[in-house]
Structure formats: C-alpha cells, structure tokens
Design a protein around this ligand. Structure first.
Ligand code: EPZ
Length: 419
C-alpha cells in the first residue's frame, strides 16, 4: 500500500491555492442528471470520490467528460438508461446516495445500494427517505438496496429532525420538479447547500431562502443545462491553516472563501494564531505560543466536524489542556489512538476527548483510519520529531487533491512512496 513519509518541518512558508470543495461538487454532479441538457462544471477537484461519482453518472447512461488539467467536467444526461446504481461503484462512495433524489425526480424510480456505515458512524439515511416519502414516493429496503418509486412527486412541508447536509441536498433535488411548493424546515445551512441551490437555480429551479433553516422550492416542469464554478473547499483551507498553526509559520491561503471560515479563524485566535485578509488571500501567522482551546463541533456556522481531527492535532501540542466534544458523528475520535502512538496525551470518553498538550510528538509509523483523521496525522507529523510514515493514505486522497505537492510547495518534506 502507498504511504507518506513526512519529516519534522521547522517552518512552512509561501502560499497554497485551495481547490474546489469535495462536499459541494459531489451533490452538484449528481444534480446534472436532472436535465437532458449539457452541464459544465468548473473547479472540479481531481479526487478519488469525484472520479467514482463521474463513473456512476456514466453507468446510468450520461455522457461524461472530465478535463483534469482544466478541472472542468461536462455532463449530458440526455438519456438515463437505468435507474439502478451498481453496487461495486456505489459501495466506494457514500455520497452516491445523493443520486436518489435526482433519479426520483427524473425517472420516478431509483434503486441505490444502502450506503454502509463507515469508520466515523453508522451514517443512516432515514431523513432522506422520510423526505422522499413525504413527497409521495414509496421506498423499501431489499437485499441491501433502497428502492424508491413514485407516479409523481408533490410538494410538501418537510421537517428534518436534524439539519442533515445530505438529506437537505437529496430532498431539494427531488423537489425541484415536484408539483407545487416544498418547504424544508430545519434544513442544513452549510455553504455546500448554498452552492448546490445556486446551481439548481441556474438550471431553472425556483429555490429561495437557501442558506437559512427554512428552504422553499417551487416545482418547475423541467430544468435546462447550466455552467457553474464550485466553491473553494473550506475544510482543505482549514487543514492548511492548522498546518501553519502547528509549525508556528506564516503562510497565505489563496482562493479560499473567507466568509466560510468564521468558526475556524475564531478558534485559531483562541489558540494564539492570527489571520488577516491581505491582497485577496488569507494570511495565517502565529501571535505567540500555541495555546490549548476547547472545541465543540456543530452544524454550520458552528465549528465543522470535518476539522475536529485536524484541530485535535493542534491541541495535542498546545500549552494547556483542551476539551473536544464531537456532537455530529458518534465515532469520530479514531485519530486519537494514532496521535497517542506519536506521544500525544489524549483521553476519549464517548463524544468527549480531553487533550493534555505535550512538549513533543515523536515520528513513528501510523495509519490513516478515515479521511480527516489522515489529515490530522499529516498536520501532527509536521511537528513530530524525526520522521513519520502514514499508511492507508487512500483515505486521505479521497478528499485532498495534490496534497503532497501543496505541502511541498510550502516547504514541507513529504514524499509519497508506492509499496
Ligand atoms: C456531509 O455528510 C459531508 N459529506 C460530511 O463530510 C460532513 O461531515 C457532514 O455532511 C456534516 O457536515 C458530504 O457532503 C459528501 P449529515 P452527511 O447528513 O450528509 C445523522 C468529509 O469528511 N443523520 O449532515 O452524511 C448522521 O448520522 C465528510 O468530507 C441521520 O441521523 O452528513 C450524522 O450523525 C464526512 N439520518 C449527522 O446526521 C440521516 O438520514 C450529520 O449527518 C442523515 C444523517
């Protein structure tokens, strides 16, 4: 298996360009099957998850092309020849479940493998199915697949028990051509929801108040093709900001959307790390010794769960003790065990972790257990004495493109070794 070998990094410097957001582009690509016309999506990051999603669209009958150097994808779903996702493809990508809403809206039927759980949680889809049922679909689970059928979808008032990002996206896509008005209450408000809604409206949908907890969707007869540029990845930006913080470096983040980073810059300020918007970039620089902070993950605009692991690495070497509470997923402290093998002092109990900052981390062999835990190990390895080997890096490369090149560009000593 491939691995990264990372040496202690005394200082990062220079600037890094943020790519398009994984969690925005995946629902946007799924939305392209809502129309027979061609959609052109820019700033599509060359990620493993993106390649799988494009393969899935192709397997349904869409014409798909992706210019990796231009980061441009063209999708034309003139004919959707089948409404069933192949298990071997869908099984590689949990977000493949986001095809269900568009398929129901376009074909009136869908058969999608029930997404399994993953390391961070059981990842249920009950809120997605509740929304589809309320819009008039019949759903059932059979032999590991979810089947959904409807004669037509009719707008409804839907309340989500939890502001689920995926459920909000799936229901929004199912509702855009439903008859009448759909209201989603307690909707997710993440920037990725806003980006999807803006793309759908460019296609001719009539979605209002997206980005608030109550989204209104007026059904239309059909959608047309559209061009769209995906928003920058706020989680990638936060990962590089944490790398600057842990090494006490000044770097500039280019192409990030500063408005999406409020919780991250506020937490870094608590840790004695300043940020400043300068010449269209975001400068990150230390104000003094890294100071421990408490952290509680919340739905947007709270602190993002996807940066909890990376910020745990900061607390692991900060002065003092930090208490981290993970409120979104039930099992998202897998990085703690690997960080402790590097000499960290982290005690976890359910959804709470107590992190006592240590003076030194020691480089050793560790493994990425999931996407964001893997990113946390890269950040920790920059600070650890000696050399750190990170295995199972396929987790990391699902969600971070050109991460070795980007860190090398900042002066880190990181190499990727094929084994
Ligand atoms: C999206 O996952 C992101 N993935 C996740 O990023 C992110 O962590 C998460 O939103 C929260 O921000 C993509 O966008 C592809 P949720 P999603 O539905 O939609 C429960 C990463 O690292 N829930 O908001 O699956 C669920 O169990 C990934 O990039 C239900 O109970 O997240 C969880 O506890 C990881 N029933 C909570 O809601 C449902 O039907 C949040 O899940 C759906 C969700």
């Amino acid at each position: 298996m491939s691995k990264y070998i990372i040496k202690k990094c005394p200082r990062l410097e220079g600037q890094v360009e943020i790519s398009g957001a994984k969690n925005a582009v995946l629902p946007i690509l799924a939305a392209c099957i809502l129309t027979e016309k061609e959609c052109v999506i820019n700033s599509v990051p060359p990620l493993a998850d993106v390649f799988v999603m494009l393969e899935i669209l192709k397997s349904l009958g869409a014409e798909v092309s992706y210019d990796q150097s231009a980061k441009k994808a063209k999708i034309k779903a003139e004919r959707i020849l089948r409404a069933k996702e192949e298990y071997d493809l869908a099984g590689k990508l949990r977000a493949s479940f986001l095809i269900m809403g568009p398929l129901l809206a376009r074909k009136g039927r869908a058969k999608i493998p029930l997404p399994g759980g993953c390391q961070i949680g059981t990842r249920p889809v009950d809120l997605h199915l509740k929304g589809f049922t309320e819009l008039g679909a019949k759903t059932r689970q059979l032999h590991g697949f979810i089947e959904a059928r409807c004669h037509k979808l009719t707008g409804e008032h839907i309340h989500l028990d939890f502001p689920s990002v995926g459920a909000t996206e799936n229901i929004m896509m199912a509702a855009v051509m439903a008859e009448g008005v759909t209201v989603i209450e307690n909707a997710a408000v993440e920037p990725e929801i806003v980006d999807l809604a803006e793309f759908l409206n460019k296609m001719g949908a009539k979605i209002s108040d997206y980005g608030t907890n109550t989204i209104t969707i007026k059904g239309v007869k059909s959608l047309k093709g559209a061009r769209h540029t995906v928003i920058p990845d706020r989680i990638e930006a936060g990962t590089f900001m944490a790398a600057a913080a842990i090494t006490g470096s000044e770097i500039t983040i280019k192409n990030a959307d500063i408005d999406h980073l409020g919780a991250i810059t506020a937490k870094l300020k608590e840790a004695n790390v300043e940020t400043e918007v300068i010449n269209g970039g975001l400068k990150v620089y230390p104000k003094g010794e890294l100071t421990a902070f408490d952290l509680k993950t919340m739905p947007y605009p709270g602190f993002p769960t996807d940066l909890q692991a990376v910020f745990m690495s900061l607390d692991a070497v900060a002065k003092g003790t930090g208490v981290i509470t993970e409120t979104v997923f039930e099992n998202r402290f897998l990085q703690a065990g690997e960080l402790n093998r590097m000499g960290a002092d982290i005690k976890t109990d359910g959804r709470t972790a107590v992190v006592d900052g240590v003076k030194k981390l020691m480089g050793t062999q560790v493994k990425a257990t999931d996407l964001r835990a893997g990113a946390a190990l890269i950040v920790a390895a920059l600070k650890a004495e000696g050399e750190t080997e990170i295995g199972d890096i396929y987790h990391i490369e699902r969600g971070y493109c050109s991460i070795v090149e980007k860190f090398k560009g900042l002066g880190a000593q990181i190499i990727r070794v094929e084994e």
